[in-house]
Ligand binder design. Structure first.
Ligand SMILES: Nc1ncnc2c1ncn2[C@@H]1O[C@H](COP(=O)(O)OP(=O)(O)OP(=O)(O)O)[C@@H](O)[C@H]1O
Length: 306
């Protein structure tokens, strides 16, 4: 049985001209023990979805279950089984590290000692500072404490809403390693992120935009589904280059991507055709190379075709 089933969930906020359709019929399943990423920009609907799955918000339509329990009817039972780390830190700033952890253990009727094994690897990194108030911790330390608090009642499903937003690159990498290690302990993990490069750390991802799921697949599957030829192009005047590329009949789409422009070509066109076209337009030595799409290219293509 899948650990999480989301079936045609809808959610809207406001009325009439202020109406926002935050979730427009979202469906997917997450298998037991999977590390599942929900990837999408701000406003995609990630938080609304997590709040519904953790029973903090009622959906307007559709059904969803966690561990076989219905998010509306069985909300009390679900609350004992899920761990939730909301986007904005859930910690009590005036309590110390140790007090925060004890507080979360107490509200779930358990003790830190009973469940120490599960959090040991994460908590031991901040334990030397256990008397420091949460408000005085760095972003990376807060993140570790919040994760420890979300785990202290041994949840079977863990929901992490943008846990790496605003955290430095080293802490982000460390955090994903912690998640891989939690996964090895059999916990199902759903994690949302606006960072496309984190997709590769997940077993499967759902790409979301404007309340819709555009694709659900493994990171490799998302990339393999990108069938158009793709080239990276660079020259001195990047702005002019982009304009000229967009005018070329062989170009389906062109957009800035780091120090290059990525150019999606229509079938039948290739890097050498782009090279030729640019030379005809007075570019002397443009750099044009065929590349493999990454998740961000796939996301851009999916967004445009949606
Ligand atoms: N309480 C609310 N009242 C009105 N609109 C809301 C409310 N909560 C969310 N929204 C709107 O619903 C849409 C989806 O928001 P949601 O927070 O679920 O997305 P998100 O992907 O988590 O983005 P973010 O990272 O910005 O929170 C957005 O347009 C947001 O402005």
């Amino acid at each position: 049985m899948p650990s999480v089933i989301v079936n045609n969930i809808t959610k809207q906020y406001g009325k009439k001209k202020d109406l926002v359709q935050a979730l427009k019929g979202v469906s997917f399943e997450v298998q037991q023990g999977e590390l599942f990423g929900i990837i999408g920009p701000d406003g995609a609907g990630k938080t609304s979805l997590f709040r519904i799955l953790t029973t903090l918000l009622l959906p307007d339509g559709g059904t969803a279950s966690v561990d076989g329990l219905d998010v509306v009817k069985d909300f009390k039972a679900i609350r004992h089984r899920v761990g939730y780390m909301p986007g904005r830190f859930s910690l009590y700033q005036d309590l110390t590290i140790e007090e925060n952890l004890e507080f979360f253990a107490t509200i779930f009727n358990t003790t830190v000692k009973d469940n120490y094994d599960l959090i040991k690897e994460i908590y031991s990194q901040i334990e030397p500072f256990k008397n420091r108030r949460a408000g005085k911790l760095s972003g990376g330390m807060k993140q570790k404490l919040a994760l420890s608090c979300a785990l202290i009642h041994k949840p079977s499903v863990l929901f992490l809403d943008e846990p790496t937003t605003g955290v430095d690159a080293v802490s982000r990498k460390e955090f994903w390693e912690m998640l891989r290690s939690l996964k090895r302990q059999g916990i199902t993990i759903l994690v949302s992120t606006p960072y496309m490069d984190e997709a590769g750390m997940c077993d499967r991802v759902a790409l979301m935009q404007n309340g819709e799921v555009l694709s659900v697949d493994s990171p490799e599957g998302v990339i393999d589904a990108f069938k158009q030829p793709l080239v990276a192009v660079k020259d001195n005047n990047m702005l002019q280059l982009l304009n000229d590329l967009q005018r070329y009949e062989g170009v389906k789409d062109a957009y800035p991507f780091g120090e290059y422009h990525h150019v999606v070509l229509n079938n039948g066109f290739s890097a050498s055709a782009v090279q030729q076209y640019l030379q005809q337009h007075n570019y002397h030595q443009p750099e044009v190379k065929t590349i493999r799409a990454d998740i961000e290219d796939c996301f851009i293509a999916l967004m445009k075709s949606a």
